[in-house]
Design a protein around this ligand. Structure first.
Ligand code: ADQ
Length: 464
């Protein structure tokens, strides 16, 4: 069914819907971004542009629940070169402070450009001449200027969900100039943290001669506003789910299974090398070694979501984590108690929230992370102000959640001490910290974030 051009288009790597076999229909994927943008898209008869996740999958444009959907097909070779290659083996490690060595290949860059052009074509086909386009994340970093060439009268916003690296690292990128120039095609480029804004600004000044002005940059006769906009979650939605009888029952049953007298430590992450899962397990191992009997008093639940399994670093990391879990359980387990329970799977939202509710301590220890929504989700579900959050200084969330027990995850002694601190934290101090964390997360939710970003994009003015 052909659709009229729309005044509002969102573009992201993936479409917000997935095919549900049993229902024989599309359904919205769970996730904060989709739930935050659905009301805005509905209100403005908007369209979402994205990939379905399958090779060579071209769909006619369609409408699902009032929201236009336009798919951008990717060939098998583009999945290898653009997606697994340039996005996940060049940009992802480089932007995460090169904690794995990024690879640079021209035969990955070329499909990256081709796919970004196809996205820009598809967005332009969906967007009114004076409409607003909001482009998301590093997979689509070339889209803003490609789109400006096609729709010069549109307002274009770009949001980067991951960190933007310091100039010393970004400078290694062989295509640093085209990347910056295409990004500067946007009216607003937004980042999770002030550090991201500062790094990007410095790179643009150094490599493409942009001029710093108040709130942004001047480049090529245009003003580009730079915005710090930390993303959040549907905080009330998480709290509501946490209060539901089903989740309460499930959380109680989980505590019973793990041992009601034990302290429950939880980790929930995509199985990604940025998330610091191995250093977390090593800290727990050190804690057990230093405190006799502690393993018997603790239950560790680590849930890892399968991700990017075809990228070699990820397969190796899975082996490392599983080997560590086996080692800890082998050394500290007894016939009656296995200290670490490890699940490699995606959970339904109710089950995930039941885990948050059951956990006395949440460990979020990334080596580098744009924001980290898991930390905010845990806080949102602690409606009785109980629970302790151990949080890496290197998560974007640490800027807002300074009342957590902060830690450098690479400092093995500090990490082991933080585990002990969480174990022994006086109840009143725990409640004070959690109450402060909750105040922040409830006041700054994903709806406030999206409204702030859209206001900035629509307020963007260019010199006459
Ligand atoms: P991610 O790297 O995916 O996101 P994160 O922000 O932690 O990281 O979000 C993960 C999401 O997956 C959370 O909403 C969580 O509930 C969900 N999840 C995790 N484990 C799960 C499981 N086993 N089952 C079901 N769901 C699970 C990127 C950036 C982040 C940034 C976000 C949003 O890397 O830094 O916070 O985008 O901008």
């Amino acid at each position: 069914m052909p659709m009229d051009r729309s005044g509002f288009v969102v573009a992201a790597n993936r479409l917000p819907v997935r095919w549900h076999e049993e229902a024989d229909d599309w359904e919205f994927s769970p996730g904060g971004l989709v739930s935050a943008l659905r009301p805005v898209l509905n209100e403005r008869s908007g369209t979402w542009v994205g990939w379905t996740g399958r090779p060579d999958h071209a769909l006619e444009p369609f409408v699902h629940d009032g929201i236009g959907q336009r798919s951008v097909p990717l060939t098998k070779n583009e999945i290898v070169g653009h997606y697994r290659g340039f996005c996940n083996s060049t940009v992802w490690p480089l932007y995460h402070n090169a904690i794995r060595t990024p690879e640079y290949h021209r035969h990955w860059w070329r499909p990256h450009v081709a796919v970004n052009r196809r996205f820009a074509d598809t967005i332009a086909a969906a967007l009114a001449d004076d409409g607003t386009a909001w482009v998301h994340d590093y997979q689509l970093q070339l889209v803003p200027d490609f789109l400006r060439a096609r729709r010069p009268g549109a307002r274009i916003g770009f949001f980067l969900h991951i960190p933007f690296p310091p100039v010393e690292l970004f400078g290694y990128m062989p295509w640093r100039r085209p990347v910056l120039r295409e990004l500067l095609g946007a009216d607003v480029v937004a980042f999770q943290t002030r550090r991201g804004v500062a790094n990007f600004s410095e790179c643009c000044v150094r490599y493409v001669g942009a001029r710093p002005v108040q709130d942004g940059l001047e480049y090529d006769g245009r003003l580009v506003r730079l915005q710090c906009a930390p993303i959040s979650i549907d905080s009330e939605g998480f709290e509501r789910l946490a209060r539901s009888p089903e989740v309460r029952d499930e959380a109680a049953a989980l505590r019973e299974r793990l041992g009601p007298h034990r302290k429950i430590f939880l980790g929930v992450d995509r199985l990604d090398y940025t998330k610091g899962i191995a250093v977390r397990l090593k800290a727990i191992e050190t804690f057990f070694r230093r405190h006799e009997g502690a393993a018997e008093e603790c239950a560790i639940l680590q849930i890892a979501v399968p991700t990017r399994e075809k990228v070699s670093d990820y397969a190796a990391m899975r082996e490392e984590v599983e080997q560590l879990v086996g080692q800890i359980n082998g050394e500290f387990g007894t016939t009656g108690h296995t200290p670490v329970t490890y699940l490699y799977r995606t959970l339904a939202p109710e089950d995930l929230v039941a885990c948050y509710r059951a956990a006395d301590v949440m460990m979020v220890t990334p080596l580098c992370d744009g924001m980290n929504l898991v930390a905010k989700e845990y806080v949102a579900t602690r409606f009785d102000d109980t629970g302790v959050l151990i949080l890496s200084e290197f998560a974007g969330a640490a800027h807002e959640l300074a009342d957590a027990l902060l830690v450098n995850p690479l400092d093995a002694d500090w990490m082991a001490d933080r585990v002990r601190d969480a174990f022994d934290l006086p109840v009143t101090e725990g409640i004070e910290r959690m109450a402060a964390l909750r105040e922040r997360v409830l006041a700054h939710d994903v709806f406030r974030w999206s409204a702030g970003c859209l206001d900035a994009i629509e307020a963007a003015t260019q010199p006459a």
